[in-house]
Design a protein around this ligand. Structure first.
Ligand SMILES: Cc1ncc(COP(=O)(O)O)c(C=O)c1O
Length: 361
């Protein structure tokens, strides 16, 4: 598959030449969900980024492949990263650090829970040094990370800091590569790639609006790297469905604006001079519930439906939100018979924390 515009060929070459560490078997499968589709009367496919080893499962791994590629190139020996108590990103970082023989410091927001379960249990198992910094907003984390890096450097170490969600411009590019993977798989599956603007209306109404040809692509979005990378990938190859990010918790101040900026910065890393505008970014705000980490009824029922029809697990914090949008879209008929592709970004580990697991009982 060749890029449509000559100007993008150099950027694609630079993307492919970025230092990258293989952390998970790729490509992740794309397959049809036969019984889930039947139960909703729609043609629904799933991209299985939930698969991988227990530590290195989920969407963060694609970002870490590039971030740790850079870290090792720079001679780093300590990974410092951050997130919420049940951060999938921090857990993936801890697992990757263990695999590569790096020291790992995790700066987690919130208070230490009475019991260390789920992702936190895995962080410990992977040998990460976990530090809790209390109820700090994501924006307040930067100085704390900088202080941790200074401390490591002072002790003679070489720190490499990964921001929340691993959503730096470089990390996001893991999903530009992933978009190409998806295009190849859609073609192999005999699905029309689509080159129109299949999009959400971004109205916040929780009703995905669809306006073009080809499959409808939905995934969960939070810190934005997944979405931004997919947007860059689509720009590079000039075809395929426009990603619709289903917001899981209003973490970004203005998701469409912030995602456009992150996509613009990610494109610049590989010399692609493209300015993405908020109008080009399709975000659905209506499935998140009142705040990050909220458990929603639509999410729980979508998780149960996927589990009972396909034996595939999603979680209430992230993938369940995107899945709720898929169910809503399928039931509404707004997809107009077009296939729906759900990019499962993982996160099922959180179900083993009673806070989320009990909600599923
Ligand atoms: C399971 C899961 N899905 C989706 C996301 C959202 O991805 P991003 O942060 O790239 O927007 C996250 C982020 O933590 C996640 O853990």
């Amino acid at each position: 598959m060749e890029p449509r515009h000559h100007g993008t060929a150099d950027a694609i070459a630079r993307l492919k030449a970025l230092p990258r560490i293989a952390l998970t078997p790729l490509p992740t499968p794309l397959h049809r969900l036969a019984r889930f589709s039947d139960s909703l009367g729609a043609d629904i496919w799933i991209k299985r980024d939930d698969m991988g080893s227990v530590g290195l499962a989920g969407n963060k791994v694609r970002k870490y492949e590039l971030l740790l590629g850079q870290a090792l190139t720079e001679g780093a020996d300590t990974l410092i990263t951050t997130g919420a108590v049940q951060s999938n990103s921090a857990r993936a970082g801890a697992a990757a650090a263990a695999q590569l023989g790096l020291r790992c410091v995790l700066v987690l927001t919130g208070e230490p829970p009475a019991e260390r379960r789920a992702n936190l249990l895995l962080d410990d198992l992977f040998g990460a040094e976990v530090r809790f910094v209390g109820r700090l907003g994501w924006s307040g984390l930067e100085p704390v990370l900088a202080a941790a890096a200074a401390e490591v450097a002072q002790a003679g170490g070489r720190p490499y800091v990964v921001p929340v969600g691993a959503s730096s411009p470089l990390g996001s590019l893991g999903f530009a590569l992933a978009y190409r993977e998806l295009l190849d798989q859609l073609r192999q599956a005999g699905l029309d790639l689509g080159d129109g603007d299949g999009m959400g209306d971004g109205s916040g109404a929780g009703s995905v609006a669809v306006t073009a040809q080809g499959p409808v692509l939905l995934h969960t979005t939070t810190s934005g790297g997944t979405h931004a990378g997919l947007v860059v990938g689509r720009a590079l190859w000039g075809q395929g469905p426009r990603p619709i990010g289903v917001d899981a918790g209003r973490v970004l101040t203005d998701p469409a604006r912030d995602l456009a900026q992150l996509a613009t910065e990610a494109a610049a890393v590989i010399g692609l001079d493209r300015h993405f505008s908020p109008e080009q970014i399709a975000v659905e705000l209506g499935y998140a519930g009142p705040a990050y980490g909220s458990v929603t009824e639509e999410g729980l029922s979508a998780i149960r439906l996927l589990a009972t029809t396909e034996g595939i697990v999603a979680d209430p914090v992230y993938s369940g939100k995107g899945l709720a949008a898929v169910v809503d879209l399928a039931r509404s008929g707004r997809h107009e018979g077009r296939p729906i592709v759900f990019w499962h970004t993982g996160g099922w580990h959180a179900n083993f924390d009673p806070h989320y697991g009990d909600a599923l009982r």
